[in-house]
Each structure stands twice: as C-alpha cells, then as structure tokens.
Design a protein around this ligand. Structure first.
Ligand SMILES: N[C@@H](CCC(=O)N[C@@H](CS)C(=O)NCC(=O)O)C(=O)O
Length: 218
C-alpha cells in the first residue's frame, strides 16, 4: 500500500510522481496537502513530515519517507527496473550531481516557506520576490546548461537513458515556467525536457496535469 502526500504545484512532488510512474507504481492513496493554504503546517501533516514539506511517501506500515531524492533512490532500490542511475560510479556521481543542483542548490531557495519569510518577515515586495526566484532559477539553469553541453549528454542528461537527473531537470523547467523565466539561453535543458515530456511517465506527472491545477501556469 503506497500513500503519497503531494500537491499539484509542488516541484518535489512532481519529481516523485515521475519516479513512481517510471516504476509503474500508483499510490492507492494520494493525499492533497494544499501549500497555498499552508496545510503543510497543520499538526496532522507535521506528524508525517516534521519539515512541513512535500512530498512524503508511506510504503506499507513504516513511517513516511521524506525528501524527494531519498524517496527516488528508495524506489530505485526497491524496484530496480528501469534503473534511474547510471551503472558506473562516475556516471552515478554526475547524474546525482545534476540532480542535486536542482533539488539541493536551487529549489530550496524558492519554496513557499522562503518566499513567505521574504514577504512577511523581511517585507520584500512582490516584484523583488519574483526577481529573487528568477535569479536562483537562472543561476542553476546556467550551470546545468554548461554541464549538459558536455560529451556525457545524449538524448537525456546522461547518455540515452532516463536518470534522476532528467527527473530533476523536468522539475526545474516546470518551476521556471511558473516564474516566467526565459528558457531561450538554455537550449540543451529545453531539448532534454522536451524529450522527457514525450514519455507518458513524465507528461502525466506534470504539475499542470494534476487535480486542482489551473489551465496555465500564471
Ligand atoms: N528538498 C525537499 C524540498 C521539499 C519542499 O520544500 N517542498 C515544497 C514544495 S515543492 C514544500 O512543501 N514547501 C512547503 C513550504 O515551503 O512551506 C525535497 O526535495 O523533497
């Protein structure tokens, strides 16, 4: 029995939805935690994930799994096909590195708790908050684009097999769409995500395909 706690707009939930789809897994229960209403801070969800962040995944009777990259690697270990990491150590390091640029360096700077702190505690106005989010998106995309210009890149971020790097890159570009970031300077990233979105597992996991999502990102 799989139980996913997620929200349509959550980019980390998007990453885990892609991995679940690639592994052919469908949670029996998908609990909607409305980030726009602050439901991640309710006592009920805090008991699931004390970090008050989505997603969380319950697999069977154990406590909830948390942090999208940890959940994706757990799914990869428990359901090895198709593998989401390259076979060689250097390749795994590169795929994980690309994934971490997204999930560890960039995404944490633009999540609701950071945007809300900027707004309510530091009194940063809306245009400046938007500039903040765009800045961190562009910084990460510039680094990713340079990496993706290298010879290890193929149809996907690392060769011709989907890896965790592609999962994270897809979430980065969906986030960039939400904040109206110009993707023209990042053709490698855009091409790879275009290829990913031709795969059903990516396409139906997209934030805008989820229950409660608006027709367009803005
Ligand atoms: N590093 C975490 C990020 C989790 C995270 O911050 N998720 C966002 C949604 S994408 C969230 O729930 N934020 C709640 C908040 O910021 O208050 C992961 O990759 O799972």
């Amino acid at each position: 029995m799989l139980k996913l706690f997620s929200f349509w707009r959550s980019l980390a939930s998007y990453r885990v939805r892609i991995a679940l789809n690639l592994k052919g897994l469908t949670p029996e229960d998908d609990v909607d935690v409305n980030l726009m209403k602050g439901a991640q801070r309710d006592a009920a969800y805090r008991a699931v994930n004390p970090m008050m962040a989505l997603p969380a995944l319950v697999d069977g009777g154990g406590p909830a799994l948390f942090e999208s990259l940890a959940i994706i690697e757990y799914l990869d270990e428990t359901h090895p096909e198709p593998p989401l990491l390259p076979k060689d150590a250097r390749g795994r390091a590169r795929a994980r590195g690309l994934a971490q640029i997204v999930a560890c360096d960039s995404h944490p700077l633009i999540v609701p708790r950071v945007r809300e702190y900027l707004e309510h505690e530091l009194k940063v106005d809306e245009p400046a908050r938007l500039a903040w989010c765009r800045h961190w998106h562009v910084q990460a995309l510039a680094a990713l684009e340079t990496h993706l210009g290298g010879p290890e890149t193929g149809r996907f971020c690392h060769g011709d097999q989907v890896t965790v790097a592609d999962i994270c890159l897809a979430s980065q570009l969906a986030g960039a769409q939400f904040f109206n970031v110009d993707l023209a300077p990042f053709p490698n990233a855009a091409r790879i995500v275009g290829t990913c979105l031709e795969i059903d597992a990516f396409a139906r996991a997209h934030p805008l395909k989820q229950k409660g999502a608006p027709a367009s990102p803005t």
